[in-house]
Design a protein around this ligand. Structure first.
Ligand code: CP3
Length: 351
């Protein structure tokens, strides 16, 4: 185990499976619609244009760090940015999400995809600018996992059960493998570009993998997430919403990709208490989570007790990064997020 320099950011200490003096906290989707300064800076600018404007992406990345004093920034971008930058005409429609006019569903559709070689110069520039503005606060890069990207490519937009995607996985394995290889290379390039530009850690979002059985995940998804993460060279958080049945699978991808046991943390949504999650993980893997986003609108004493409970249960794991169980809802009160950060920093190591 490497020794801990006194000035190592708490996030990185926790991701190594140790207990920093202060438990680190950040929030998925902390940069975004919940902040008035975000809405002002984004006014009249389309989402993908904002992602590809390095100065604006860096500013949006810094906003929640300034406001809340969180222990990590997460780069402002979107999981479909590298897909678009590889040349696939994908758009982000306000209030809907990523949409493709021509979904990718057949062997010919997959063969017609452009080379998995996205132009990420604007992303790299945005990351460098953000890192320069952050001082000692670490920047998390991120990407969508190949399965979650495949859900958008195959369905053509958001969907509930991802039925077509799951049918393709079983009905046409060779087309599935070609699609997942493409998605792994595109999203892997996105991760590597952020790390090369200064991201200290990354998070792989498999947002929709919770619809899969563990057996399907292992056979048809895990190899491609491993390929996306392989050799990324920094600790990673691996997260699936509704992923309680997949925790050991998510961990194994991390360990296989990094080649050792100190590869990072598994992200836990609000459904599985952290002590139970840690038990499922065998007690050797750091965890990230898992304040229920619904609690953000509850009276402060109720929310504060929930946060203390999350901290207490998180002590069962070797390292704990406090986060929500999923992203910040657009309706969240930013002052409540700031109050959570203060509470975690006060109580993080005492509960
Ligand atoms: O605050 C905001 O949501 C505004 C900016 C915005 C993002 N994505 C930021 C983002 C917008 C408008 C989008 C579009 C989009 N892309 C949506 C939302 C559609 C809507 O209007 O409600 C969705 C669902 C996507 C696809 C997507 N992007 C997924 C599945 C993920 C993984 C995280 C998750 O929520 O499961 C993303 C990542 C993402 N979107 C990030 C940001 C800043 C990076 C991760 C993070 O900040 O934690």
């Amino acid at each position: 185990m490497p020794s801990t320099p006194a000035d190592e950011p708490a996030l990185l200490t926790a991701l190594r499976g140790e207990r920093p003096a202060r438990t680190p906290v950040w929030f998925m989707r902390q940069a975004g619609r919940s902040l008035p300064e975000y809405r002002e800076a984004r006014a009249g600018i389309a989402m993908l244009d904002a992602c590809l404007d390095p100065a604006l992406a860096a500013e949006l990345t810094l906003q929640p760090v300034r406001r809340h004093g969180v222990d990590a920034a997460v780069f402002f971008s979107d999981i479909v940015v590298p897909v678009r930058q590889a040349g696939v005409p994908i758009d982000i429609r306000p209030g809907v999400g990523p949409v493709l006019d021509t979904p990718v569903r057949t062997v010919d559709d997959v063969a017609a995809l452009p080379a998995p070689d996205p132009d990420l110069a604007a992303v790299a520039e945005g990351v460098r600018t953000a890192v320069a503005g952050l001082g000692g606060t670490p920047l998390l890069g991120f990407a969508g996992a190949p399965f979650t990207l495949a859900c958008y490519l195959v369905e053509g937009g958001p969907s509930k059960d991802h039925l077509r995607t799951r049918t393709l996985m079983h009905a046409d394995p060779s087309t599935w493998q070609a699609l997942m290889a493409w998605a792994a290379d595109v999203t892997g390039a996105f991760l590597r570009a952020q790390v090369a530009a200064g991201a200290a850690a990354v998070q792989l979002f498999d947002s929709w993998a919770g619809v899969l059985s563990a057996a399907d995940y292992r056979a048809h998804v895990a190899p491609w997430s491993r390929r996306a993460l392989a050799g990324v060279g920094v600790p990673a958080v691996h997260f699936a919403a509704q992923g309680g049945e997949l925790l050991t699978e998510l961990r194994d991808v991390l360990i296989d990709a990094a080649g050792d046991a100190a590869a990072g943390a598994v992200g836990i949504d609000h459904r599985v208490p952290l002590d139970e999650a840690s038990r499922r993980l065998g007690g050797r893997t750091p965890v990230q989570g898992n304040i229920d986003p619904a609690m953000l609108a509850a009276p402060w004493p109720v929310l504060a007790e929930h946060v203390r409970d999350v901290l207490r249960r998180g002590r069962a794991a070797p390292g704990h990064v406090v986060n929500l169980g999923h992203g910040v809802p657009p309706t969240a009160d930013p002052d409540v997020l700031s109050a959570i950060v203060r509470l975690v920093h006060q109580e993080g190591e005492q509960v």
